[in-house]
Design a protein around this ligand. Structure first.
Ligand code: NAP
Length: 237
């Protein structure tokens, strides 16, 4: 049994461990965006496939494909749904349970407009989306937290913080108090890894602006846990 695992997430790394442990031959695929990625166990390949056709060709070398990419990685998930629907399973962690005070928006541009009514935004939306916040937040005291250095120059009023976690509520509280955060902007990533910032924001009384997930591709079998993926693969063996 050979499995192609589209990864770049903590769940994908957990799944790779489980599959290697049960004797499944797994090749994890990473986009190659992050300079020093956390590497999963098993085989790893890096870089795009070259669109739907490239992924279709690559998938022929495997029995099953698991799309365990991030909920906001809509491009690769759409490609997988088009390239190999018959052998594809999607692993997507649930979004966070919404809280009444959180302000949900559909796009990063809308998040920027919404955050602009506060003074000191903490942006935790990733390096690639930062450019969409510059027009509305150019003069704000933004703290932008990213894993890797962004490609573009940021406004002089902005502070850049490079960090990749793990995060704790105490650490997030200290960060928000130091910065004076009055609004937190986040994607609806879900999961526990970045959850502490939401609890810290509540504790310091900061607003929370949440960018909704892009729609998942239609018609793809989807599960929410690593256990369910392992069970599905066992059924196919
Ligand atoms: P994306 O916009 O959905 O993908 C753009 C292109 O990057 C894809 O068409 C594909 O190129 C390539 N690609 C993406 N993921 C790939 C993978 N796992 N293996 C091989 N090629 C991949 O992706 P993104 O939002 O930039 O995310 C890139 C990676 O970072 C994903 O693996 C994702 O799991 C991880 N990640 C993303 C986020 C986020 O917020 N977006 C957060 C955490 C981790 P080709 O068309 O050439 O195949």
């Amino acid at each position: 049994m050979r499995v192609l695992l589209l990864g770049g997430t903590g769940e994908a790394r957990d799944l790779a461990v489980r599959l290697v442990d049960t004797g499944v031959s797994v090749t994890s695929s990473l986009a190659g965006r992050v300079a020093r990625p956390q590497l999963p166990v098993g085989e790893v390949r890096t870089g795009g496939f070259g669109g739907v056709e490239g992924l279709r060709a690559a998938a022929r070398e495997f029995d099953l494909v698991v799309d365990a990419t991030h909920p906001f990685a809509a491009g690769i998930s759409a490609n997988a749904a088009a390239a190999c629907p018959e052998v594809l399973l999607r692993l997507q962690r649930p979004g966070w349970e919404p809280e009444a005070a959180w302000e949900y928006v559909d796009t990063h541009a809308e998040a920027a407009r919404t955050a602009a009514s506060s003074e000191r935004p903490l942006l935790t939306i990733g390096r690639q989306a930062l450019a969409e916040f510059v027009p509305d937040l150019r003069d704000h005291a933004v703290l932008a937290r990213v894993v890797d250095e962004p490609d573009q120059d940021l406004p002089e009023t902005w502070e850049l913080l490079r960090d990749r976690g793990p995060y704790t509520v105490d650490g997030e509280l200290a960060l928000m108090r130091r910065h004076g955060t009055d609004v937190l902007v986040t994607k609806d990533s879900g999961g526990g890894f970045t959850r502490p910032k939401l609890d810290a924001a509540a504790a310091v009384g900061a607003r929370v602006v949440v960018v909704r997930r892009p729609p998942a591709p239609a018609g793809v079998r989807t599960v929410t846990t690593v256990d369910e993926v392992v069970a599905w693969i066992e059924e196919q063996r």
